[in-house]
Design a protein around this ligand. Sequence first.
Ligand code: PGA
Length: 250
Amino acid sequence: MRKKIVAGNWKMNKNLPEAKGLLADLTAKFAQQPNAEIIVAPTSVNLQFAAETVKGSAIKVAAQNMHQAENGAFTGEISADMLKSIGVETVILGHSERRAYFGETDALLADKVATALKHDMTVIFCFGEELEERKSDKHFAVVESQLKNALFSLDASAWKQIVLAYEPVWAIGTGETASPEQAQEMHAFIRKTIADAVSPAVAEEVSILYGGSVKPANAQEIFAKPDVDGGLIGGASLDAESFAAIGAAI
Ligand code: PGA
């Protein structure tokens, strides 16, 4: 049975006191064992605090990014080893904002994925098409090539550590959501692509999250689709009540 996951990407929001408040509210709201794995991804300066706070709770902590090198002269960057040393075992890679604003390419992401896996971390790998690509009917080809370039050379056994997050760029932070049918159509395509390129067993087991303007009002419909295994939530994860409602919608 593949895992259900609801992950909150806080992006560059919440200073330390705000993060403390949100984590306190979330640990209380998720005190009963939730139906999904609950993950929060605070900014890197608050990761250590967050990792200590959620110990013993149902919540896990993820980083929003990491560098592909082991260590060295990379001013401002954070390594897999550093994350592991503070108890962070999961990292989001390939978010569309990293691709668009920080020039992250599929080739770079393949290196980052390899480094994360070498450190036995779980990767939430994000990908998705832009509006123009959907309008010109290239969305399936774009998604296929993003997956192929970054992930298809992995050994089948490495896929245990991979979670996929399909996030159409036109739906991120815009209030525009892919319809549940559009999400299901793409998730089914992703699963079939993985079945053909890697193996049917890997395709069946890999969790595929949907991301892009998921809110308490639309989460249930989206999560009800058979190939949607949860969500990666941006804006609505910054409020304990709405993130808890989304977590309960699965
Ligand atoms: P959003 O962001 O929920 O604010 O659209 C999703 C994401 O970027 O992961």
